[in-house]
Design a protein around this ligand. Structure first.
Ligand code: ATP
Length: 256
């Protein structure tokens, strides 16, 4: 198995708070792994350290065997890490296809802002083909020319996933994809994600408060509490452990 992530001893402080304390995690290609813990445990901070959005105070990060500690975020994307956002970070007037095309240019490093600004930055046929392939995988092809503002929240989440897939990640970080979705929208999103993930073979690290989704979607989980890893192992065993239940299960949102 090839490792897509090895994070070792990741430590992050904000003023007096130790948000991450010596966190170590490894993920193999194609694995679906959960990262869970109560509010303020450090999950988003960990994502941001992996992505290079936040500098770390200690530790190292390797993506697909390449040490990216201290490396800029866009270079980490090219090394194989992708993400979706908890809050949908989309531009309401732009079409679904436009959102994906922008991401493709980030990966290739062919962002041509000056050309885009004077209308010369038309997408190439290869860019359009890749975009339509990803839209097809996610069942969004019929919506390609729709402005984002016409989409449901669930469809918007899939566009976020599509945008991340355009960078061809080996590891996709999903930040609370079920947030704001009802049970049936969450199940539909999970089903599509699972199908696409199986077909494409990338690994997923999922931050999620929805216990049902984490339990059904991930094989293994890590549990953070006050910035420390307090448990790791097969998700069902982790969820059943007393230490984990004591730490935070009372805070979990179980959707009916
Ligand atoms: N930019 C920041 N400045 C200061 N403190 C921060 C900053 N970002 C996070 N923290 C603190 O670091 C700790 C971890 O926060 P983080 O957002 O990573 O937790 P989380 O597990 O993602 O929580 P949630 O489930 O609520 O999203 C918290 O105590 C938080 O207040």
């Amino acid at each position: 198995m090839t490792e897509v992530l090895r994070a070792t001893g990741v430590t992050k402080r904000f003023a007096g708070i130790v948000a991450l304390n010596d966190v170590t995690m490894a993920i193999d290609e194609g694995e679906r792994v959960g990262l869970i813990g109560p509010n303020g445990a450090g999950k988003t901070t960990f994502f941001n350290c992996l992505l290079g959005v936040l500098p770390m105070d200690g530790g190292s990060v390797a993506i697909a065997g390449k040490d990216v500690t201290g490396v800029a975020a866009y270079r980490r994307v090219r090394a194989g890490i992708g993400r979706t956002f908890q809050r949908i970070e989309l531009f309401p007037d732009c079409t679904v296809r436009d959102h994906l095309l922008v991401a493709e240019r980030v990966r290739r490093g062919t962002g041509r802002l000056w050309k885009d600004m004077i209308g010369l930055g038309r997408p190439t046929s290869a860019e359009l083909a890749q975009c339509d392939q990803v839209l097809g995988l996610l069942g969004l092809l019929d919506l390609a020319d729709e402005p984002i503002e016409r989409l449901s929240l669930g469809q918007g989440r899939l566009v976020e996933v599509g945008r991340a897939l355009m960078t061809e990640p080996k590891l996709l970080l999903l930040d609370e994809p079920s947030s704001g979705l009802d049970r049936s929208e969450t199940s539909a999103l999970a089903k599509t994600l699972q199908e696409v993930q199986r077909e494409q073979g990338f690994a997923i690290l999922l931050v999620e408060h929805d216990v049902e989704l984490v339990t059904s979607f991930t094989e293994r989980s890590y549990v953070l509490d006050f910035g420390r890893l307090i448990a790791e192992g097969p998700t069902r065993e982790v969820m059943a452990s007393k230490e984990v239940r004591d730490a935070y299960l009372g805070n979990f949102e179980v959707k009916s």
